[in-house]
Write a protein that binds this ligand. Structure first.
Ligand SMILES: CC(C)(COP(=O)(O)OP(=O)(O)OC[C@H]1O[C@@H](n2cnc3c(N)ncnc32)[C@H](O)[C@@H]1OP(=O)(O)O)[C@@H](O)C(=O)NCCC(=O)NCCS
Length: 240
């Protein structure tokens, strides 16, 4: 806030409200659209905070530590009865994030992490350390959802389409598919920054303090701590 037209405020708790009002006034005057966007953000966080105690429960496989800020209820979902999600204290989960655990999948996010526009899908285990930040369009998945053999994939597609509801005709029941999702746990250490458009695939183990450069595709393997990973497939391009 520019100091030129704001009076100096004495420090202390009782002036906090006034400071917030001043900042709001400054936003209204100098950046009205940002003000509206900020109001909307506050509203989304507040609405989710009111409703989440009925949706995010340990029975539903979701554990939230103290002061977790989540913008939408649809950000988290865990398939009953075995999938689970736990989010550490002080984390922020923005509205476009999708954190979903299926089957026996487990997702844990360490404290003070920021999950932006990220898709995180687990059927095995995905662990994010403390103070991890994900940027836009980040994709993390610890399984492959479709068979690579075309014959098996054909059966899977027929099965999915025949079971899908709504259906506007009687689709014949598809043959049973005998196939398990290939899975391997993903681990992302403390203090990792996942840049925009990063993909992390099954079996990737990213060490503490790494930066994953924009557009990188991190495949299975161990990546040393304090490295910059870049490219597809990702390689260590620099040590920090
Ligand atoms: C990784 C990053 C921070 C750069 O770090 P840096 O220490 O300045 O690294 P440099 O620019 O010196 O690059 C080091 C090497 O990695 C390569 N590199 C950097 N980013 C790369 C990328 N995204 N893809 C491929 N190679 C990349 C550089 O070409 C360079 O290679 P060279 O040594 O052969 O010349 C930056 O490239 C990046 O990806 N930022 C993320 C931006 C983002 O996602 N923003 C969203 C907001 S959170």
């Amino acid at each position: 806030v520019p100091r030129t037209w704001l009076p100096r405020l004495p420090k202390g708790r009782k002036h906090k409200m006034l400071a917030v009002a001043q900042k709001a006034l400054w936003l209204v005057r100098s950046r009205p659209t940002l003000f509206l966007a900020t109001l909307r953000q506050y509203w989304l966080f507040a609405r989710t905070r009111l409703l989440r105690r009925w949706v995010f429960t340990p029975e539903n496989g979701i554990e939230l530590a103290e002061n977790v800020r989540i913008q939408r209820l649809s950000c988290l979902s865990a398939e009953r009865p075995q999938a689970s999600i736990s989010i550490g204290r002080d984390c922020i989960v923005y509205e476009n994030a999708r954190i979903q655990a299926y089957g026996q999948g487990r997702i844990s996010v360490g404290e003070t992490s920021i999950i932006g526009d990220a898709r995180i899908y687990s059927r095995s285990s995905i662990r994010l350390g403390r103070r991890v930040v994900t940027s836009w369009n980040v994709f993390i998945q610890d399984f492959d959802p479709h068979p690579i053999e075309p014959e098996l994939r054909a059966i899977q597609m027929e099965q999915m389409c025949s079971r899908f509801r709504p259906s506007y005709r009687d689709v014949p029941t598809a043959p049973r598919l005998d196939w398990d999702f290939p899975c391997a746990p993903v681990s992302i250490g403390d203090d990792v920054w996942l840049g925009a458009n990063v993909t992390v695939l099954k079996g990737a183990q990213i060490g503490d303090g790494c930066v994953v450069a924009t557009g990188a595709v991190v495949t299975a393997g161990q990546y040393p701590a304090r490295s910059i990973l870049a490219g597809a497939p990702a390689r260590v391009v620099k040590s920090l």
